[in-house]
Design a binder for this molecule. Structure first.
Ligand code: ADP
Length: 476
C-alpha cells in the first residue's frame, strides 16, 4: 500500500508529545512490512541544522488562503527508510510548532491545504491518507469536497484521535475564509459543533475510519466526560471506531543500548541500573542514599496528567524516606508548586521545567518508580518507557494506562506496576504506600521489575492492526 501519514509533529524532527513518537514509529513499521509509507509534516524552524542540510527541494507552488496567495515549498529526505516531506513556509512554521488561537487555526488550515495540493502536484497515487488529531483533521473533508473530482479522491482516509481534548474550534467565518468552505457546511451534520467550526469534528464526519490509541479510551469515548462534546458524534460512527494501542520505539528506548544513560543494563544484568540511579542522584544533587526509593515524573504539566493528585499528597509523600525527581513543563501554577516543594525539601526533591530528552532518558533509567495518576490518558507512552527501563509505574486506571500496566497482585506477585481506580488523592497515596512496602521486599520488587522489563511494548502488533484496517478500506 501507498500510505501518506500527516501530522503536526514527528520524531526526530519536531516533538512536543507522544504524537511525534507514534507517527514516526508507525511509519517505520509500515516500511518494515514492505509498504510505501511516507510522512508529511511542517518544516518547523526548530528542526535541527543537521537534518536541514540533508533536505532536497522537490517542488514549490502557491495556494490560496483567503484572499492571499501563500508559498508552499516541499522539501524531502529519507530517514530510517521512510521518506519525509516537509512543508516549507516561513510565515506559518518559522515560529512555535503550535502558535495558539486563530494563528494556530490558520497555521494548520494552511498545512491541510498544502498537504493535498502537494499530493496532487507530485502525482503519487496514495491508497491511504492517515491524519492525526485536529491539526490534520480537515484533510478528509477537503478531499471529499474540494478534491472530489481529482485523482486524489480515490484514496481512503483514516483519522487517529490521540487526544479528544484538543479539537481545533474556531469561528465559521474564519475557517470559511482560510479554506474557502461554503456556508452550507456549517451545520451539525458537517463542521459545526456548539456554534463553532470544529476541525476534529470535520475529521470525525468525513474520515473513512476512525481510530484511537487504546481500546479502553475507545470505550471511554462513549461517555461525555472523555468525549468532550463528541459522544453523540462518536456513537453515530461507533462501527467505524477502533482502539489500537500505541507502542514505543524499542531502539530509541532500550536500556541495553541507550547512549544517553550512565550505564547499560538488561534483565540479565541489572548492575547498570544501580549506576544510572547513582548518576541521577548526583546530577539532581539530591542527598538521598542509594537504597532510598526514587520516584519520578516526566510529563507535560497539565491537569490531564493528574498533577492535582500529586499536589494533594505531596507533603505526606515527601515525609517518607524517598527522593522525587520531576521533569516537566506546562502550566505555570504546577511548575511553581514543584519549584516551591524543591526549595522546601532540596535534599529530596528536584525539578527541571525544561524539555530535555537526555535528562528524560536518565530519569527513566535512574528512578525506581514513575508516577502517572492521569485524569484521563488516551494511551500514554511514558509508563511503557518507564517499564522498559525497569522503573515501575504507579498509574490511575484510565485509557491506555489500563491496557498497558498490570497491577501488582500481592498474593501471586504478578504485575508490572501499581494502579488505583478513582481520581482520588487518598487512593494514590495507598498505591504509593504499597509501592514503598513492596520496595522493601526485594524479592517481590525484583520480580515486578523483571516482568515490567519483559513486557512487549513494540509497535509490531499494532502496526498490523492499522494495516488490516487500511486494507479493508482500499478502493478497487
Ligand atoms: P503526551 O503525548 O500526552 O504528552 P505521552 O506519554 O504519550 O504523553 O508522551 C510523552 C512523550 O514526551 C514521551 O516520549 C516523554 O518522554 C516526552 N516528554 C514529556 N515531557 C518531557 C520533558 N519535559 N522533556 C523531555 N521529554 C518529555
Amino acid at each position: 500500500m501507498k500510505i501518506l501519514l500527516t501530522a503536526a509533529e514527528c520524531v526526530p524532527f519536531a516533538k512536543v508529545g507522544g504524537l511525534a513518537d507514534v507517527v514516526g514509529t508507525l511509519a517505520h513499521e509500515f516500511v518494515q512490512d514492505g509498504h510505501d509509507a511516507r510522512i508529511i509534516m511542517p518544516l518547523h524552524s526548530k528542526i535541527k541544522h543537521k537534518y536541514r542540510t540533508q533536505l532536497k527541494h522537490i517542488c514549490n507552488f502557491y495556494v490560496s488562503i483567503g484572499w492571499r496567495s501563500k508559498y508552499v515549498g516541499i522539501e524531502s529526505m529519507e530517514y530510517g527508510g521512510v521518506t519525509y516531506y516537509f512543508v516549507d513556509n516561513e510565515d506559518y512554521f518559522g515560529g512555535p510548532i503550535y502558535k495558539g488561537g486563530n494563528d494556530e487555526g490558520e497555521q494548520y488550515a494552511f498545512f491541510c491545504r498544502a498537504v493535498l495540493a502537494a499530493a496532487e502536484f507530485m502525482g503519487t497515487e496514495f491508497d491511504i491518507i492517515h491524519v492525526n488529531d485536529w491539526h490534520t483533521a480537515m484533510i478528509p473533508m477537503l478531499l471529499k469536497t474540494q478534491y472530489a473530482d481529482t485523482k486524489l479522491a480515490k484514496c481512503s482516509t483514516v483519522l487517529t484521535i490521540h487526544n479528544m481534548m484538543y479539537q481545533g474550534k474556531f469561528s465559521f467565518d474564519f475557517v470559511s475564509d482560510v479554506l474557502s468552505i461554503p456556508i452550507h457546511y456549517f451545520t451539525s451534520e458537517f463542521l459545526e459543533a456548539y456554534g463553532c467550526a470544529n476541525f476534529l469534528k470535520a475529521g470525525l464526519v468525513f474520515a473513512d475510519a476512525i481510530t484511537t490509541v487504546s481500546k479502553t479510551y475507545a470505550e471511554e469515548l462513549k461517555y461525555e466526560f472523555f468525549a468532550e462534546g463528541m459522544a453523540g458524534m462518536l456513537s453515530a460512527r461507533a462501527n467505524d471506531l477502533v482502539g489500537i494501542i500505541n507502542g514505543i520505539d524499542e531502539n530509541e528506548f532500550n536500556p541495553e543500548t541507550d547512549e544517553k544513560i550512565a550505564a547499560n543494563y538488561s534483565t540479565k544484568d541489572m548492575v547498570g541500573k544501580a549506576a544510572c540511579k547513582t548518576a541521577l542522584i548526583y546530577e539532581t544533587k539530591l542527598k538521598i542514599k542509594q537504597s532510598t526509593p526514587l520516584y519520578a515524573i516526566v510529563t507535560r504539566l497539565f491537569k490531564q496528567k493528574g498533577i492535582d493528585l500529586i499536589m494533594a499528597i505531596a507533603e505526606e509523600f515527601v515525609s517518607n524516606d524517598i527522593g522525587f525527581v520531576i521533569l516537566g513543563n506546562g502550566e505555570y501554577g504546577y511548575e511553581q508548586f514543584f519549584f516551591a516543594l524543591a526549595k522546601k525539601y532540596p535534599d529530596k526533591v528536584f525539578i527541571s521545567n525544561e524539555y530535555n530528552e537526555k535528562l528524560a532518558h536518565k530519569i527513566y533509567a535512574g528512578a525506581d518508580f514513575f508516577l502517572m495518576p492521569s485524569l484521563f490518558e488516551p494511551c500514554g507512552l511514558t509508563q511503557m518507557i518507564a517499564m522498559r527501563y525497569g522503573t515501575l509505574p504507579i498509574v490511575r486506571e484510565t485509557g491506555g494506562l489500563c491496557d498497558t500496566v498490570i497491577p501488582f497482585n500481592k498474593f501471586t506477585g504478578e504485575g508490572t506496576g501499581f494502579s488505583f481506580k478513582n481520581f482520588n488523592a487518598l487512593e494514590l497515596l495507598d498505591a504509593v504506600n504499597l509501592s514503598l512496602a513492596t520496595y522493601k521486599n526485594k524479592k517481590a520488587f525484583n520480580k515486578l521489575r523483571q516482568s515490567a522489563m519483559n513486557a512487549d511494548f513494540s509497535f509490531k502488533k499494532s502496526a498490523q492492526e492499522y494495516l488490516s484496517l487500511f486494507k479493508s478500506l482500499l478502493k478497487k
